[in-house]
Ligand binder design. Structure first.
Ligand SMILES: *Cc1c(COP(=O)(O)O)cnc(C)c1O
Ligand SMILES: [Zn+2]
Length: 376
């Protein structure tokens, strides 16, 4: 079984052995898997994300690079009387959902015989790629903006990756990485279609954990959209396979200090950004922006923006419930709290706790934000 990558802009097809990271026309690659899946096979399989093996684009299991990741808990949490199902994505090996994408991407690169890679990231994707590259014995350079926190920088370096701090913002970091990737494979979690093949397992797990019935809505913090697009892809595949009858409403949460999706919907051509505590979703111009908006529109979803104060409040509320998440993850919860104020109580809502609080340089959050009262 061979998979073809297709250009999202001009439709040109590329073999899956291509070393290009985008089409000659500048478009990014998409990848559709055409496979069958028998859900009764799941009964005997181990609780990790490779249990959906047939739907993942790897030719040989020998190339699998895995820490046994995935199948994260789905817990019911009460928000002022409304029940929301929280998928505890911070329990991944490196502390964020990015490991979903990294295990599939790095496995594929191992299969292709790639020995060295470059990636750029605002933090968590770099941590994931660095860990999986170490496990696969692939040499790795991670480009990060110079203000990237000490905890994430240390995490990247401990895995033996070369950490390159770029003076400038997130997009200048990407430019520097692309420039350096002339002779080295560019393993970008933003551009590479294999990353989304991994994040789609988020949808498979929710479907399985909810008795093979997708929820009404899924609320996700969005920067580059790798989790939202993965969710869309996963639910869409299940529907096409006849394993479920619908795709949930996809609801994106953005920081009001950096909300390019909202601006696009309102017809602004360019989006600006102010510094936000939700640094992991502060992406001014997401590569797959059009696809993200399409996924939201097609599922009759919506976009919610939240302020830094609301994010900080959500962070504390989750702490009181025993969940220690990072600020970017708290942005998603701030969106959940807002959404629940008007949603019908019968609505089945799922959200993701995307990143671990232990990754934060917490002292900075404490110093820059006064302790706010926690509302009930
Ligand atoms: C990466 C990340 C996000 C946002 O994911 P995108 O793929 O950029 O949309 C949200 N929360 C955490 C903790 C992350 O690391
Ligand atoms: Zn093209």
């Amino acid at each position: 079984m061979s998979h073809m990558l297709t250009c999202s802009e001009c439709g040109k097809a590329f073999p899956d052995s291509t070393l290009a990271w985008r089409c000659d026309c500048g478009g990014f690659f998409d990848l559709e898997i055409d496979a069958c899946f028998d859900k009764t096979a799941l009964i005997t399989r181990k609780p990790h994300l490779w249990r959906y093996r047939e739907l993942l684009p790897l030719h040989s299991d020998e190339n699998r690079v895995s820490f046994g990741e995935g199948f994260t808990p789905l817990l019911r949490v009460d928000f002022s009387g409304k029940k929301v199902w929280c998928k505890v994505e911070y329990l991944f090996p490196t502390g964020s959902f990015k490991d979903r994408g990294a295990t599939v991407l790095i496995s594929k690169l191992k299969e292709l015989g790639i020995k060295a890679i470059i990636e750029d990231s605002s933090g968590n994707a770099g941590c994931s790629i660095a860990a999986y590259a170490a496990h696969a014995d692939i040499r790795c350079s991670i480009y990060v903006p110079e203000r990237t926190g000490a905890a994430k920088s240390a995490q990247i370096e401990i895995h033996g990756a070369q950490l390159v701090k770029v003076s400038g913002d997130r997009s200048e970091t990407a430019e520097a990485a692309i420039l350096a990737s002339k002779d080295i494979y560019y393993a970008s979690h933003v551009w590479n279609p294999y990353f989304l093949q991994g994040t789609k397992t988020f949808a498979f797990e929710i479907w399985e954990q909810m008795d093979f019935r997708p929820p009404d809505s899924v609320i996700i913090p969005v920067g580059n959209g790798t989790l939202l697009l993965g969710a869309y892809k996963g639910f869409d595949e299940l529907k096409k396979l006849g394993l479920s009858d619908r795709i949930p409403r996809l609801i994106a949460v953005q920081s009001e200090r950096c909300a390019p999706l909202m601006h696009e919907e309102q017809g602004f051509s360019k989006s600006t950004k102010q510094k936000s505590i939700a640094e992991g979703i502060a992406v001014t111009n997401p590569v797959r922006k059009k696809h993200i908006i399409d996924a939201i529109t097609q599922t009759e979803g919506t976009i919610i923006t939240v302020s830094d104060d609301e994010i900080h409040q959500a962070f504390r509320i989750m702490g009181r419930k025993g969940f220690y998440i990072e600020m970017t993850a708290a942005a998603g919860i701030a969106g959940v709290i807002k959404y629940c104020q008007t949603s019908p109580s019968s609505e089945k809502i799922v959200t993701a706790l995307t990143g671990h609080g232990l990754k934060s340089d917490f002292s900075t959050h404490c110093l820059t934000h006064p302790i706010l009262p926690v509302y009930p």
